[in-house]
Design a binder for this molecule. Structure first.
Ligand code: FE2
Length: 134
């Protein structure tokens, strides 16, 4: 079973970022799955992939926010860093942890909350698209 699922309510109004959020959610779900199946090799592989992809995504999102002149970029960037640090910390001692599933539940809640409540705050700064103006 999936840990989280992307839905329209999580859209930040920009295809590129929505696509990246979906990919991040997929990676979280796949990693969680590997944990449930106690597949350590796959776990390590997927978590590294998720960590790398988080960095790529955060950088892309921060570049968008900068280009929009989004005023809260500093606080937003700090939140990304907290998540990245959490994933790093988890990655470092994942093989000696016993509560892997809980860590993933925490990460997925954090990500859902961040997308719904922090990322969606920049929607008013996005340039209007055709369907919005119609
Ligand atoms: Fe964000």
């Amino acid at each position: 079973m999936s840990l989280i699922q992307w839905d329209e309510a999580m859209s930040v109004g920009m295809d590129e970022l929505d696509e990246q959020h979906r990919e991040l959610i997929d990676l979280l779900n796949e990693s969680y799955d590997a944990i449930q199946r106690h597949d350590e090799t796959l776990m390590v592989l997927l978590i590294d992939k998720m960590r790398d992809y988080s960095m790529v995504h955060f950088q892309a999102e921060e570049a968008v926010l900068r280009s929009l002149g989004y005023p809260d970029i500093e606080a937003h960037t700090k939140q990304h860093r907290i998540y990245a640090d959490k994933v790093d910390e988890f990655r470092r001692d994942m093989l000696v942890r016993t509560n892997l599933s809980q860590v993933f539940i925490f990460l997925s809640r954090w990500l859902t909350n961040h997308i719904m409540h922090e990322d969606r705050k920049f929607i008013p700064w996005l340039p209007e698209t055709d369907d919005e103006g119609a």
